[in-house]
Write a protein that binds this ligand. Structure first.
Ligand SMILES: O=C(O)c1cc(=O)[nH]c(=O)n1[C@@H]1O[C@H](COP(=O)(O)O)[C@@H](O)[C@H]1O
Length: 275
C-alpha cells in the first residue's frame, strides 16, 4: 500500500462546522435527467450544467453537500463527463462533494477509480461497493482529507436479498459495517444507510456511534427527515440526508429555481430543530 497521498479534500472538522453553521444536513442529489429538466434549458449549449447551475444557486444556502450521481452523466458519453466536471467546479468550495459512482474492484483497479474521483475530478468523497472486500476498499482510504462512502444498508427493496441475510450470529450488513469500519476511521469512512430502513436506523447508530451516514431515500422513496434525525443523529449530527428528485424536480418551467429553493428551505427547516 502506498503511504497517504495528500490532496485537498474536506476533513471532518470542516464538514461538521458547516453543518452546525447552516443547521442543516441536507445533501442535494444532482441526478440530472435531460428528460426531466425544464424544456427551455434544452436550448443551452450544456443543458445539464445549465440546470445544475440553477439548482446549486437555488440550494447552496441550505445544502451542506452535493451528490453527483455519475450514472446520469456517464449515460451521455463525453458530453456528460464535461457537464459533470463543470458542475463539480461550480459547487462552492466550502460544500462537501460526493461522486456517487459505487466503485470497487481488485486493488490496482480501485487505485485508478480513487485517482479518477479524488484527483482527476477532485471530489471530497466517492461511494464504494464493498462486495470485493478489503483490498477493493483500502485504496480509497489512502488520500488524506478524502472519504470512502461504503454501501451498508441500502434503501432499495433488493437490499433484503443479501444485506439482511443471516451471516453467523449477525446480519450480513452488520458484518459489513463493523468490518469495513475497522479498515479506516470515522474521519475517512462513511456508510450509506437508507432512510427507508426505519427499523434499523437506531440499531445502526448504536453499532457505529461515531461514523457519518449518507442517508438517501427521503422524498421520492418514502423516507422522512424526522425519522432519520430522531434515530441517527450523533453529537456531530453524523448524517448527510440526500434528497435528489424531491428537490431538483420540485420546480417546473422558467421559474423552476424559486420552487427548488423553497423545497430545499423546507427540508432545512425540518432538520434545524435537531440542532
Ligand atoms: O449511494 C446512494 O447514494 C444510494 C444508495 C441507496 O441505498 N439508495 C439510493 O437511492 N442511493 C442514491 O440516492 C439517490 C436517491 O434519489 P431520490 O430517490 O431521487 O432522492 C439516487 O442517486 C440513488 O442512486
Amino acid at each position: 500500500m502506498p503511504g497517504l497521498i495528500y490532496l485537498y479534500g474536506m476533513d471532518r472538522a470542516a464538514l461538521v462546522k458547516n453543518i452546525f453553521a447552516k443547521r442543516s444536513v441536507l445533501c442535494v442529489g444532482l441526478d440530472t435527467d435531460l428528460a426531466k429538466i425544464p424544456r427551455h434549458l434544452l436550448q443551452e449549449e450544456d443543458p445539464a450544467f445549465a440546470f445544475n447551475k440553477g439548482i446549486i444557486d437555488a440550494t447552496k444556502e441550505f445544502a451542506v453537500a452535493y451528490k453527483i450521481n455519475t450514472a446520469f452523466y456517464e449515460a451521455q458519453g463525453v458530453k456528460g463527463w464535461q457537464s459533470m466536471e463543470r458542475t463539480l467546479n461550480y459547487i462552492p468550495k466550502d460544500i462537501f462533494t460526493i461522486a456517487d459512482a459505487k466503485r470497487g474492484d481488485i486493488g490496482n483497479t480501485s487505485e485508478q477509480y480513487a485517482r479518477t474521483f479524488f484527483h482527476t475530478y477532485p471530489y471530497d468523497s466517492v461511494t464504494v461497493a464493498p462486495y470485493m472486500g478489503s483490498d477493493s476498499v483500502k485504496p480509497f482510504l489512502q488520500f488524506d482529507g478524502k472519504w470512502a462512502i461504503v454501501l451498508g444498508l441500502t434503501s432499495n427493496a433488493g437490499s433484503a436479498d443479501f444485506q439482511l441475510q443471516q451471516c453467523g450470529n449477525e446480519l450480513l450488513y452488520e458484518r459489513v459495517l463493523t468490518t469495513v469500519a475497522s479498515w479506516g476511521t470515522p474521519g475517512n469512512i462513511m456508510f450509506v444507510i437508507g432512510a427507508t430502513r426505519k427499523e434499523q436506523l437506531q440499531e445502526v447508530r448504536a453499532l457505529l456511534p461515531d461514523h457519518f451516514f449518507l442517508v438517501p431515500g427521503v422524498g421520492a422513496q418514502g423516507g422522512d427527515v424526522d425519522t432519520v434525525c430522531r434515530n441517527a443523529f450523533n453529537k456531530d449530527a453524523g448524517v448527510l440526508i440526500n434528497v435528489s428528485r424531491g428537490v431538483i424536480y420540485a420546480g417546473s418551467g422558467e421559474g423552476f429555481a424559486a420552487q427548488v429553493h423553497e423545497a430545499a428551505r423546507k427540508y432545512q427547516q425540518e432538520m434545524a430543530v435537531y440542532f
